[in-house]
Design a binder for this molecule. Structure first.
Ligand SMILES: [Zn+2]
Length: 307
């Protein structure tokens, strides 16, 4: 049943990606001269909660360089979505990309995307669809949820804020473990019968044997290594990888760590072993994929990928 649903889901996503909208024309200024205006496209065309919305901005400036108009080198525009600003980065030629994260905590409805910079600003509306996430009911004895140290939380939070300009991924991300998915992204919880407003499962869990390989889903720099014996009570042994342009992976509950901070890892490189360190009830890998600080659904990144 789960497989069947996954297949339908994948087909829908491919259709969404193929039909990305294109918006953008040269605008005319008050004097009737053509002004430069960004061309903005986004995908998927019908995003739902948890999706990453890729906004691609084509600069008109350099593209017009041969027409005799003055054409300074294109500079990166700023992209905002519902008032939050996101950096954009060059993805080659005169094109820039900004990755807008969404999560189960967002409200479905209109996402107002605004692009501003050296050229005519643009605004477009994207409809963010609702999505049903599975719920779990968890019963905890009082005082059983205070694991985690300040140092652990601060280092993990600092890692999640990283946004660096160079893009290290190419094509779809790799599956980081050969284990089966035991808990999917976005699952929501009731604790002792009360809905946890701020909680959602911020990643995908793969159940696998202790010590089995964990590979990096894409290339990047190791920017976080935390050990259970060094205060990482909640996450256990942890590796954080910066894939660039605001895209990060965090791997937690590891049995062992094969890399150190500052290492550059390649896609598919073994970086550690599946474990059950930290707050974990059995051996599994938790892989969190963060885009500009928000845990997004890794499934679209594994299926079709992002440019
Ligand atoms: Zn998990």
């Amino acid at each position: 049943m789960a497989n069947y649903i996954t297949k339908i889901h994948r087909r829908m996503r491919l259709a969404q990606l193929v039909s990305a909208w294109t918006i953008g024309l040269l605008a005319a200024d008050l004097f009737g001269q053509a002004a430069y205006a960004y061309e903005v496209t986004f995908s998927p065309s019908s995003p739902q909660l948890g999706d990453t919305v890729a906004v691609v901005v084509q600069s008109a400036q350099s593209a017009s360089a041969g027409t005799g108009m003055s054409a300074p080198t294109a500079s990166a525009p700023t992209v905002s979505a519902n008032g939050m600003s996101y950096q954009s980065f060059s993805i080659g030629g005169d094109r820039f990309q900004s990755l807008i994260p969404t999560s189960p905590l967002d409200s479905p409805g209109q996402l107002i995307i605004q692009v501003s910079g050296a050229e005519e600003p643009r605004s477009l509306t994207v409809n963010l669809s609702d999505r049903t996430f599975r719920t779990q009911r968890i019963w905890l004895p009082p005082g059983d949820n205070d694991l985690g140290t300040d140092e652990e939380f601060e280092r993990v939070a600092a890692f999640k804020r990283l946004v660096t300009p160079e893009r290290h991924w190419a094509g779809p991300l790799l599956r980081p473990s050969q284990g089966y998915v035991s808990t999917e992204y976005g699952v929501q919880r009731y604790y002792n019968g009360v809905f946890a407003e701020d909680y959602y499962h911020r990643g995908v869990d793969y159940a696998a044997a202790t010590g089995s390989a964990v590979v990096s889903p894409a290339a990047g720099y190791v920017r976080l290594v935390g050990e259970e014996t060094n205060g990482f009570e909640l996450h256990g042994n942890t590796i954080g990888i910066d894939h660039g342009q605001g895209v990060l992976s965090i791997m937690i509950h590891l049995s062992r760590i094969d890399v150190k901070e500052g290492d550059f890892v390649t896609a598919g490189q073994v970086i550690g072993g599946v474990g059950s360190t930290g707050a974990s009830t059995g051996p599994h890998l938790h892989w969190g994929l963060y885009v500009n600080g928000i845990a997004v659904d890794p499934v679209p990144w594994r299926d079709a990928g992002f440019e």
